[in-house]
Design a binder for this molecule. Structure first.
Ligand SMILES: Nc1nc2c(c(=O)[nH]1)N[C@H]1C(S)=C(S)[C@@H](COP(=O)(O)OP(=O)(O)OC[C@H]3O[C@@H](n4cnc5c(=O)[nH]c(N)nc54)[C@H](O)[C@@H]3O)O[C@H]1N2
Ligand SMILES: Nc1nc2c(c(=O)[nH]1)N[C@H]1C(S)=C(S)[C@@H](COP(=O)(O)OP(=O)(O)OC[C@H]3O[C@@H](n4cnc5c(=O)[nH]c(N)nc54)[C@H](O)[C@@H]3O)O[C@H]1N2
Ligand SMILES: [Mo]
Length: 746
């Protein structure tokens, strides 16, 4: 039998024979189906599945916290495990209050609107009085906080910015900081039907657009693009852009009219460029010493940008770094100086090689969600400050002009994420994670986070339940069929919370007496009302369910991003305090943060090549997204494992750097700094910087002890430092290391 399913990396037809998955095929609508789909073949029915509810022995016997992550687990029947978890939730709420429950529960889980693990968890906890939540994302925390001050809310930029079609038609020069790694466009949050990024980029290439990849590796641009590669040090893009801006200003190439009519604060930027406040003009020579791009190349890049219809774009990775607010503010500043914001194919945009929906022209539509209700505590921390919160209850941090005081967390509940994948400085997280009394996790697989819990509930995967996949940036809705019975004793997150809700007296409010199918139908009907108010119709639920797929109508025309603002900045004010692009922000300046001053600035990160820390650790480690999986998901499956070297995550290095260390391709290497160490399998590439190494995220955290991680998880090396007091985002890409051969036995 064939069943249609949807994932965060595409839609597939899955063949099931005799209860086992035997084939996975992309659907005809998808021009570039992602090969990650293959991991469903063996990854779903796998020995890594959690078979039954399990409780950690130390917690069960003595409420121990220190052996968390080390202890063995004991299988416990569903009703007993449910009683234990409910009892603990009740105790913590009564004794410590609701903010002592941390339900940050960040993570990507699976596609499907109803079985959205985090929404299920939040609805359940809201009915108990709420919990401490998390805000913003690991993906774009710095962007989400800085850009509304400067130009527009992040969600608007993400969904409305320039399309690939416009780029192909109007742009002459694309400057891509961090390249356009199509590898990442396999994925889109909530699901993706047509993988169109490669279509868009191929169109642009066919029209002979000049494309420049500025970054640490040529591999961030497909080789068929045949563009230029400008090698720069990671984390120094702001200096490079300032060098370009200096040239524009000093040679009279900045668009003074646009800066005067559509922006505020250019005077302060200009003064900074000329070195008035700090005695340092931001000349190309100055920039070159920081970013390692020759000064004449910086100057000529500025000249080329000013002479052409230029699109300046930056990868999301640039802002996942210390002072990550600055590269995005500077990207907007540079584009504003070029004066092409709001012109077709001109201006700025972000993440064209980050997710598959970016730059798509499809109609945006907000499908009805599974309603979470209101969090009565109203309390949230910046998502990446979790270890700080657990380690320092009662401490106060700055965030976007206000202050947040950390609660004393007694219980963590996680559903649909993997903090032992996503958080930085995992050795620090280990310490922090052992502070609360109880950790409860819903998971399909024995991931590191499940292994680091006290009570583990086995969750079904998307293939073991039914749902609807539909996301705000994709024109399709898909009926996700149940292809397999729940494996072993697994239950859907919804069922898990229903049982807990029954135990705690909120079952009626949580489930409203509805079956899962009834919820899905009701969400469809609410979406149909929303569609009607926007002038189009959805089919009746039963018709949709029978057909299995529906495509909403395209828009006739997509307006040019910020085009109306360009035409009439008074009538079409931006949502910034001045209504204009804020190259200098009074609001941010008034916060008085040294690590995020009033205009885009070059600020020394806590470590960098050619700067602090590089004498001891001469290699910059970047941890980009993995080619063969979504983060840590299905790392146990053959498709991910086939990409390993010597059984470990591949570390990519330049042959000269490897030679200097006596290393060869295929070697097991030890990657280390003062925060930690991991093993990896060595891969060589000669089209990258000699002082950079790349270790993708997502290998399952497997510590031999505090001093060595065995699978190649880069987050034992990264620093757990907020981007700044403004956004408090993650700084994963600010990281120096050394690499040596590993001859030990593991
Ligand atoms: N060093 C470094 N670290 C990074 C990054 C980086 O670039 N460098 N990137 C960061 C970014 S951008 C992100 S978004 C994060 C991603 O971090 P996460 O989103 O936490 O990573 P995933 O591996 O997708 O975790 C999802 C988990 O949900 C589980 N799951 C799947 N379906 C279900 C379900 O139906 N129910 C339940 N209960 N669980 C389910 C999966 O098994 C998996 O363990 O990582 C961040 N970490
Ligand atoms: N296959 C796959 N695709 C994914 C994901 C996945 O897990 N797997 N995850 C998805 C998620 S959650 C997200 S948030 C996006 C992330 O999208 P991004 O954050 O854009 O992706 P990364 O792969 O971390 O980084 C892209 C490239 O930026 C370069 N780079 C890093 N630091 C710098 C720098 O300081 N300067 C310059 N110029 N370049 C730099 C690196 O060489 C890297 O290859 O990807 C999404 N796409
Ligand atoms: Mo992300």
């Amino acid at each position: 039998m064939q069943y249609r399913t949807a994932t965060q990396w595409g839609v597939y037809d899955v063949t099931v024979e005799n209860g086992a998955i035997t084939d996975v095929q992309g659907i005809p609508e998808d021009p570039y189906p992602s090969a990650i789909g293959r991991s469903l073949l063996d990854g779903v029915q796998h020995k890594a599945r959690i078979r039954r509810p399990a409780v950690r022995r130390g917690w069960l016997e003595s409420r121990d916290r220190r052996q968390r992550g080390v202890d063995e687990f004991v299988d416990v029947p569903w009703d007993e495990a449910t009683e234990m978890a409910a009892g603990e939730l009740k105790r913590v709420i009564e004794e410590k209050g609701n903010t002592s429950i941390f339900a940050g529960s960040y993570g990507w889980a699976s596609a499907g609107r109803f079985h959205h693990a985090q929404s299920q968890l939040h609805r359940f906890l809201n009915l108990l009085g709420g919990a401490t939540r998390a805000m913003n994302s690991y993906s774009t925390a710095a962007a989400q906080v800085i850009l509304p001050h400067v130009v527009a809310p992040w969600s608007q930029i993400e969904l409305e910015q320039t399309t690939w079609q416009e780029l192909a038609q109007h742009t002459e020069l694309v400057i891509a900081f961090g390249g356009l790694p199509l590898r990442n466009t396999q994925v889109a949050y909530g699901g993706i039907t047509e993988h169109q990024s490669e279509v868009g980029l191929r169109d642009a290439v066919a029209r002979d657009i000049e494309i420049v990849n500025v970054g640490p590796t040529a591999e961030d641009m497909p080789d068929w693009v045949q563009g230029e590669w400008l090698s720069c040090r990671p984390g120094t893009d702001v200096a490079l852009m300032l060098g370009m801006a200096y040239v524009l200003e000093s040679e009279g190439l900045a668009d003074r009219d646009f800066l005067a009519s559509h922006c505020v604060g250019y005077a302060q930027v200009r003064a900074y460029l000329m070195g008035e406040p700090d005695g340092q003009p931001k000349t190309p020579e100055w920039a070159s010493a920081v970013c390692d791009v020759p000064a004449d190349i910086i100057a000529s890049l500025a000249h080329r940008c000013a002479a052409k219809r230029t699109f300046v774009t930056a990868a999301w990775s640039l802002q996942r770094a210390h002072h990550g607010e600055q590269p995005y503010w500077m990207t907007v500043t540079l584009a504003a100086m070029l004066g092409q914001v709001g012109l077709p194919g001109g201006g700025f945009g972000f993440g064209y090689g980050a997710e598959g929906f970016v730059g798509s022209h499809w109609r945006r539509f907000n499908w009805a969600p599974f309603h979470k209700g209101r969090n009565p505590t109203g309390f949230a921390i910046p998502v990446a400050r979790i270890a700080d919160m657990l380690l320092h209850p009662g401490a106060t941090i700055d965030y976007d002009g206000r202050q947040i005081t950390f609660p004393d967390v007694e219980l963590i509940y996680w559903a649909g994420g993997n903090p032992f994948h996503h958080h930085q400085d995992l050795n620090r997280l280990v310490e922090a994670w052992r502070r609360p009394a109880t950790v409860i996790v819903n998971e399909p697989w024995w991931t590191p986070t499940a292994q680091w819990a006290d009570i583990v509930f086995p969750a079904t995967t998307a293939l073991e339940r039914e749902d609807v996949c539909a996301s705000s940036h994709d024109p399709y809705a898909h009926a996700m069929r149940q292809a397999l019975p729940p494996q072993h004793d697994a239950r859907s997150d919804h069922e898990i919370f229903k049982a807990l809700a029954a135990e705690l007296g909120v079952l009626d409010a949580f489930a409203e007496g509805k079956s899962e199918r009834a919820w899905i139908r009701e969400m469809w009907e609410e979406s149909a009302e929303r569609a009607e108010s926007q002038g189009f119709a959805l089919p009746a639920f039963d018709d949709f369910w029978e057909k299995g797929m529906h495509r909403i109508p395209d828009l006739n025309e997509r307006p040019v991003f910020l085009g109306a603002f360009r035409e009439d900045p008074e009538a079409n004010r931006l949502h910034t305090p001045s209504g204009k692009i804020e190259l200098f922000s009074e609001a941010i300046a008034e916060f008085g943060y040294a690590d995020c001053p009033g205009h885009a600035s070059w600020l020394e990160p806590f470590e960098r090549l050619g700067g602090q820390g590089s004498e001891r650790y001469p290699l910059h480690l970047l941890s980009p997204q993995p080619e063969r999986r979504l983060h840590s998901q299905l790392d146990h499956a053959n498709y991910s494992q086939d990409g390993k070297i010597a059984g470990r995550e591949p570390l990519t290095m330049h042959p000269t750097a490897a030679g200097a260390r006596g290393l060869e391709a295929g070697d097991v290497v030890r990657v280390f700094n003062e925060r930690g160490a991991c093993l990896a399998g060595l891969r060589l590439a000669d089209d990258m910087r000699e002082d950079v190494v790349l270790l993708p995220t997502g290998a399952w955290f497997k510590p031999q002890d505090q001093t060595l991680e065995l699978n190649g998880n880069p987050n034992v090396l990264t620093g757990d430092v907020g981007t700044s007091r403004l956004a408090q985002g993650p700084s994963a890409n600010t990281c120096l290391v050394e690499v040596e051969r590993y001859d030990g036995v593991t």
